[in-house]
Design a protein around this ligand. Structure first.
Ligand SMILES: Nc1ncnc2c1ncn2[C@@H]1O[C@H](COP(=O)(O)OP(=O)(O)OP(=O)(O)O)[C@@H](O)[C@H]1O
Length: 625
């Protein structure tokens, strides 16, 4: 130690303590993952050094044999993982090994239930990284020296997972990081070279750097025990599914298997290889604004950056993986990525590749597709607005709830819907509400149900945005059943049309009286074609902003334009019949307002004057004999 007084004892960030405790408990049955996590970190550290050395070759000091070495000691019960990568300064060690720099960590931890199996899945998805060492070790030492720093800048970090760690300066002759695990009683099997070797083959074979171990206990000479070739450079036919899955874990730190992947090489003017994965579960931070997204970018197998966002449109942000370009300059920066037209071409290609993969799953493995839809459907629904060129392709991938099954599961495709359309039906009908329940019981569906016309039941927040950008499918326009003058003439018989007309004539006076009574509270009053059982409903104009969008805007503190709906009344309903015979003007006004308020409530809306509604209702109830 160069300076003993520089030893500091520090406490872990509260979240680290909590995560450590939960992780040791929940991941115990997957304890061997510590090795792949540490090798994965070592590989990242080598990637980072190779990248930084592009601009500053002096960082490697001419030592370019990038490798990871593992040693085991059966007597001292230790496993040591060493890399000659980027290394850490003292400050970096304190920051990176004592805190969790992820947004939403506290929220994530609060989701854990205490159920070992469930939590193991969640924690695995969160990415436990370095801390997984403590599943098998009761003492962990890290020796590290940042590349480019002098030997005296070495740091020694040590912890017993008891909430504290110490750091001090040490003299380290080599750059990079060495991690020494002092195995717990009962975990000594991991100090066995044979066991470690088989774990490397199992979990880290795809690591692009050599992982070296002694040839045998007696022989100090090292040999490479993994494949040591970037997985995506190998021909598809030679890569086993298991290897693709392990590589996914390395890239994402998610240890649940991916749902599907697509590995491909594009040759020609722009040459690049991609390996794209669809995860099987949405990450806990999918809806966080600052959640990481994008691909790992490599240029001719040299790692350039994580989270390169330019390679995929936003609505495919759930896709993980890598892209390796043969043409981009090695010194490409994030800013350059935003401007380079070559990137647009790659993004178009990768979006297409992803959509093709999804279409293939939808066709061949509907159950898998159902899982995908449950996790990421709401994200894909942003697609038609963002990506006009692929609108039709995305539309085919969409799934909805509908009145066909009245089930909340979104499993109806537009192709299914069109296949079930009534003769003469020209539009794809939908209703939008704040919840599935509200959509399903919307009064606007009454006539559609009576006529057996299927209606899509939309209640995701993104749905209004989606329908604003999805105008037609297969030549059929989309029509909101709660808007405009619902024209069902194509599916109505002559008798029905006649009956409608005579109903309108018969009750023309009633309409006029209500119109007068409600004044400018509504844009119009008319006889409905929509209702069968309900007395009345609200109808927006074809181009008015929908209630869902208005509520979203208002919740965000923005002023939404006020669009007055029309009131449609059902004169065959006993309540309307009663109103029609009401002579007293005050009673008539009370009843008309009540019908309007009811229609507003049934629409999921809020009353402008709820107290006045209650008073009116009570007046009417008490006047009953
Ligand atoms: N071998 C290493 N060499 C250099 N830095 C390392 C090494 N191992 C870990 N680190 C640093 O410590 C940080 C924390 O590592 P940790 O494994 O906990 O998380 P991570 O790899 O960033 O992500 P995840 O939590 O998803 O695994 C890393 O981001 C890196 O900066």
């Amino acid at each position: 130690m160069t300076d003993a007084s520089a030893t500091q004892t520090l406490g872990f960030q509260a979240e680290v303590k909590q995560l450590l405790r939960l992780m040791i408990h929940s991941l115990y049955s997957h304890k061997e993952i510590f090795l792949r996590e540490l090798i994965s970190n070592a590989s990242d550290a080598l990637d980072k050094l190779r990248f930084e050395a592009l601009a500053k070759p002096e960082l490697t000091g001419g030592q370019n044999d990038f490798a990871i070495t593992i040693e085991t000691d059966n007597t001292a019960h230790t496993v040591t993982i060493t890399d000659n990568g980027i290394g850490m300064t003292r400050q970096e060690a304190v920051e990176h090994l004592g805190t969790i720099a992820k947004s939403g960590t506290a929220e994530f931890l609060s989701k854990l239930s205490g159920d070992q199996k469930q939590d193991a899945q969640l924690i695995g998805q969160f990415g436990v990284g370095f801390y997984s060492s403590f599943i098998v070790a009761d003492r962990v030492e890290v020796f590290s020296r940042r590349a480019g720093h002098p030997a005296s800048d070495g740091v020694h970090w040590e912890s017993r997972a008891d909430g504290e760690f110490t750091v001090s300066n040490v003299e380290l002759p080599e750059r990079g990081t060495k991690i020494v695990l002092h195995l717990k009683e009962g975990e000594h099997e991991f100090a066995d070279a044979f066991r470690i070797r088989s774990l490397v083959r199992k979990y880290s074979d795809h690591i692009a750097f050599p992982v070296r171990m002694r040839k045998s206990e007696q022989d100090a000479e090292l040999e490479t025990v993994n494949h040591a070739q970037a997985l995506w450079t190998r021909p598809r036919t030679e890569v086993k599914d298991e290897e693709y899955k392990e590589f996914y874990r390395h890239v994402t730190h998610d240890f649940t298997d991916p749902l599907a992947w697509s590995h491909g090489k594009v040759e020609g003017k722009k040459e690049y290889t991609s390996l794209l994965y669809i995860p099987s579960r949405a990450p806990f931070d999918l809806w966080h604004r600052d959640a990481s997204r994008g691909l790992k970018l490599y240029v001719r197998r040299v790692f350039i950056m994580d989270d390169a966002e330019q390679f995929l449109p936003l609505y495919l942000r759930f896709v993980k993986g890598i892209v390796d370009s043969a043409d981009l300059p090695l010194n490409i920066s994030r800013e350059m990525l935003q401007q380079d037209p070559a990137i647009d071409a790659i993004r178009t290609g990768l979006a297409r590749r992803t959509l093709d993969l999804l279409a293939k799953i939808a066709k061949d493995e509907p159950e898998k597709y159902a899982t995908f839809w449950k996790e990421f459907g709401a994200v894909l629904k942003e697609g038609p607005a963002e990506d006009g060129t692929n609108r039709e392709r995305i539309a085919k991938l969409l799934r909805f709830s509908s009145t066909h099954a009245d089930s909340e599961t979104q499993d109806v495709s537009l192709e299914d819907y069109v296949g079930r359309m009534k003769p003469g039906q020209t539009a794809i009908y939908y209703v939008i509400a704040d919840s599935f329940g509200a959509a399903k019981s919307s009064p606007h569906l009454e006539v559609m149900r009576k006529k057996g016309i299927e209606v899509l039941l939309l209640s995701d927040r993104v749905d209004e945005w989606l329908t604003d950008h999805l105008h037609e499918f297969d030549g059929k326009r989309f029509a909101n059943v709660a808007r405009g003058e619902l024209d069902l003439s194509a599916v109505e018989s002559e008798d029905e049309k006649k009956a409608q007309e005579s109903l309108a004539k018969e009750h023309a006076d009633l309409v006029e009286r209500i119109r007068k009574s409600l004044g400018d509270k509504v844009s119009d009053v008319r006889i409905t074609h929509r209702l069968v059982e309900s007395p009345a409903c609200l109808v927006l104009g074809e181009n008015d902003m929908g209630a869902q969008m208005r509520r979203i805007l208002e919740a965000a503190g923005q002023k939404a334009p006020v669009a007055k709906p029309a009131l449609e009344i059902n004169p065959t309903h006993p309540l309307l019949a009663r109103i029609e015979t009401t002579k007293d003007e005050a009673d008539f006004s009370d009843l008309s307002l009540l019908v309007l308020d009811q229609a507003t409530l049934a629409d999921g809306g809020q009353l402008a004057e709820p107290a006045a509604f209650v008073q009116r209702l009570n007046r009417l109830l008490l006047s009953q004999k």
